[in-house]
Design a protein around this ligand. Structure first.
Ligand code: G1P
Length: 286
């Protein structure tokens, strides 16, 4: 079995829900206290054992590349002023992992973004982390997915349980249990609640196998202006091979949503002893 070494993070989307903030600033660079969301994702991939991170970017996303690059002028200033703690934080970013950037020229969905990494992945299973789902857990979700993949040698989709009213916002999985594994029997992209009894929703974390590229290539749809959707590729793949779902243990924040983004900021700040008490007192006054 091949070890999972590579992680793809699609990050070319426009961030419309956060306009005007996202006009010039990539949504992936929004901070959760003092770390951009993108850094939390890269840290998750590294914690799960990945050595190479492939970020799929687009126009006006240069800030992501700069964040993980060196900044000699800043480093020198921090060194000169003895701010070694900040210096360490800044320098660590350049050495975190081998980060490769691929451009997605048009926003043709998640499947197109993943397909653009084909020549970098080639024939290995790989991790995919969507930019907006961040975790807060001892064992990161990516690690849990990789362990399930090692057990099944198949694609694995991270899931969470959702309320009925949320069903139409997600890919939903129907599944059967055998032992402690959950085999997917049906993948339905954003159904009406009347179309499925399932409350098992797909979140943006997956382990994919390299045969997925062929399904993505045939999922290009003229109906959707040649967009390629990962969900369509999963639906055809399911006819040919086993796919597993894994309900991940974590506290999940969908940072693409304003309320959840703010909740993530508060929850992470409350874990910091230097911020916690002031913040708590302030919230009480609201
Ligand atoms: C995408 C997927 C969907 C999944 C969701 C998770 O939808 O198409 O299957 O449930 O991500 O965040 P999007 O949120 O991009 O509309």
């Amino acid at each position: 079995m091949q070890k999972i070494r590579k992680c793809v993070i699609p990050a070319a989307g426009m961030g419309t829900r956060f306009l005007p903030a996202t006009k010039a600033l990539p949504k992936e660079m929004f901070p959760i206290v003092d770390k951009p969301v993108m850094q939390l994702l890269v840290e998750e991939a590294i914690a799960a054992g990945c050595e190479e991170i492939i970020i799929v970017t687009g126009r006006s996303k240069r800030a992501i590349e700069d964040h993980f690059d060196s900044n000699p002028e800043l480093e020198q200033r921090l060194d000169n002023s003895w701010k070694f703690d900040y210096l360490r934080k800044v320098k660590n970013l350049n050495e975190m992992a081998n980060i490769v950037y691929v451009r997605q020229p048009y926003p043709k969905w998640d499947g197109d973004a993943i397909l653009r990494t084909k020549n970098l992945i080639w024939d290995e299973p790989f991790l995919v982390l969507f930019w907006d789902d961040i975790i807060d857990n001892e064992v990161c979700a990516a690690q849990q997915l990789i362990e399930k993949h090692e057990e099944t040698n198949a694609p694995v989709i991270a899931t969470v349980w959702v309320e009925e009213r949320e069903v139409s916002s997600y890919g939903m999985l129907e599944w059967e249990c055998s032992g402690n594994t959950t085999k997917v029997t049906r993948f339905i992209e954003k159904p009406r609640p009347s179309e499925t009894d399932s409350r098992t929703a797909v979140i943006g974390k997956y382990v994919l196998t390299p045969d997925m590229f062929a399904y993505l290539e045939s999922a290009s749809s003229s109906v959707w202006d040649w967009e390629i959707r990962l969900a369509d590729a999963f639906i055809s793949m399911l006819q040919d091979r086993d796919i597993y779902g894994l309900e991940v243990e974590w506290t999940r924040y969908d940072t693409g949503d304003k309320v959840w983004y703010l909740k993530a900021c508060i929850a992470y700040a409350m874990k910091d002893e230097t911020l916690k008490h002031d913040l708590q007192d302030f919230i009480k006054t609201l």
